[in-house]
Design a protein around this ligand. Structure first.
Ligand SMILES: Cc1cc2nc3c(=O)[nH]c(=O)nc-3n(C[C@H](O)[C@H](O)[C@H](O)COP(=O)(O)OP(=O)(O)OC[C@H]3O[C@@H](n4cnc5c(N)ncnc54)[C@H](O)[C@@H]3O)c2cc1C
Length: 447
């Protein structure tokens, strides 16, 4: 049937969607990417971190030379109270660099998107359609179709929902699964994503007493700040706990942002700077709700969710984008195996096997990362008196950050997926060996 040649439909042209476009291009797999906005590379957002596993995949996709010059390397982290008392000071990012051989790399979100887009082949750029807001999905026997708000209909082999925490693909899939009564328990029955914190974020030229390659954190009851300092720029995040958690999503205006900033004008961000100074010197800023949630099912039928659409974490620990990249690596490796066997993305059984393996391979580490992100946010913006005591006195005394990163995070990082069918020209190593590499496991241990 003609459906044998239908493209993969990627919904969402954020960081994860654009990276998916690179991967499908390398797989030689026809795709179409639909993005709701007219601009794929808006200058919105502050900065996004790339961990070693993500840099390895960027290298495999041939983008090392494009990204390497844009890296803002982080080495040190210092946390303190509003009174300026040091809670903890250390070089956790430098330690991680030594462990795995890759810098802790921070990028302006805008330049990350721009570089991902600019690095696409011309034929891939032709496969990206903007102003295409997906509003409906239908499942056929061996294919899928999506409808956009302008009436455009696209048919594909599978749908990759990379449309973020407010995912339309997720909501449409819930509806489809509900209608198919026999499978009504199969998708989306767990609680909706919830928001407990909101975030004021932005960027500014570097100034004041800020030291490049340093992350400054100020911890208080119910709020915290995080400032990432590069050579020329710095990026700020101000977290505020809401009066009560909500499942509703709010949009914020510039007036909301200014009022938010005014509430925390006296919030310390470094030894000498206060939030009012940084906000006054900003070049861009915005406010967003920080949804949190982990779906218990990441796929249904021929629809698979990746990135924030499947699992949304708070950004303190930098695990959002990196987790989405891991999702893509697992799916891509499964598709590659299918291609090698001469299989087809229209084969229902093959798709079921591929997507369930994807979820099995990703779920446990994502549970750990969700938990870690949630705890980090609540410890920094002291959620309780106990949390304050833990953060100020217990954790620093036991050097818990270093211990947790060594015994909880590092094993997951070491076991991260790469594209097992592409070489890594700039492969780096450190004191902790990588377990996975192109075409083979790097150690005898099974994953
Ligand atoms: C504007 C913005 C700014 C951000 N800034 C930061 C930051 O500074 N630091 C940080 O750590 N994280 C930031 N994030 C979150 C970060 O991008 C994600 O956590 C992470 O990179 C995973 O990305 P994603 O591609 O899964 O989702 P997202 O980044 O949310 O991208 C989803 C994409 O899907 C598109 N989309 C949504 N619905 C539809 C639809 N119905 N049809 C078609 N397209 C659709 C969206 O327009 C968007 O381009 C930001 C997110 C956004 C949306």
């Amino acid at each position: 049937m003609s459906s044998k040649t239908l493209p993969v439909v990627i919904v969402g042209g954020g960081p994860v969607g654009l990276l998916a476009a690179h991967i499908f291009d390398k797989l030689g797999q026809d795709f179409l990417l639909l993005e709701q906005h007219h601009n794929l590379t808006p200058d919105i957002g502050a900065c996004i971190g790339m961990s070693g596993p993500t840099l390895r995949i960027i290298d495999q996709l041939g983008m090392w030379d494009a990204f390497e010059p844009l890296i803002n390397r982080m080495c040190d982290k210092i946390s303190f109270t509003q009174a300026g008392d040091i809670i903890h000071s250390g070089s956790i990012f430098y330690v991680n660099e030594k462990r795995f051989g890759y810098k802790t790399a921070i990028f302006q979100r805008h330049s990350l998107l721009q570089t991902l887009y600019d690095s696409l082949s011309e034929s891939s750029k032709q496969r990206i359609l903007v102003n295409k807001k997906v509003v409906a999905i239908d499942i056929k026997e061996e294919s899928v179709s999506v409808r956009c708000s302008d009436g455009t209909e696209v048919e594909g082999s599978i749908i990759v929902g990379a449309d973020g925490s407010q995912s339309a693909v997720r909501e449409c899939t819930k509806e489809l699964a509900r209608k198919t009564s026999s499978e009504s328990k199969a998708f989306g029955n767990n609680e909706a994503f919830r928001t407990t914190y909101r975030l004021l974020f932005g960027s500014a030229p570097r100034f004041g007493d800020t030291k490049p390659a340093t992350v400054y954190e100020c911890h208080r009851f119910g709020s915290s700040t995080q400032v990432f300092v590069g050579e020329e720029k710095m990026w700020f995040f101000l977290y505020e706990e809401l009066d009560k958690p909500t499942s509703e999503h709010r949009s914020y205006t510039q007036k909301d942002a200014d009022e938010f900033a005014a509430r925390y004008a006296d919030h310390r961000v470094t030894k000498d700077l206060f939030f009012r100074d940084v906000y006054k010197g900003r070049s861009s800023s915005g406010v967003t709700d920080l949804e949190e949630g982990l779906l218990d099912q990441w796929w249904w039928n021929r629809i698979v969710l990746v990135g924030d659409a499947a699992h949304k974490v708070t950004p303190n620990a930098g695990l959002g984008f990196n987790s989405g990249v891991q999702d893509l690596a697992v799916i891509a490796n499964g598709i590659r195996r299918l291609q090698n066997k001469g299989g087809s993305l229209h084969d229902n059984e093959a798709i079921k096997a591929l997507f369930s393996q994807y979820q099995n391979e990703r779920m446990e580490s994502m549970k750990t990362f969700s938990n870690l992100s949630a705890k980090t946010t609540r410890l920094c913006a002291w959620h309780s008196r106990f949390g304050m005591i833990w953060d100020r006195y217990v954790a620093p005394a036991l050097n818990l950050e270093l211990l947790m990163s060594r015994y909880i995070v590092a094993p997951i990082i070491a076991n991260s997926f790469v594209l097992d069918w592409l070489p890594e020209p700039h492969h780096r190593t450190g004191s902790i060996p990588w377990k996975m590499g192109p075409n083979h496991n790097l150690t005898d241990e099974t994953h």
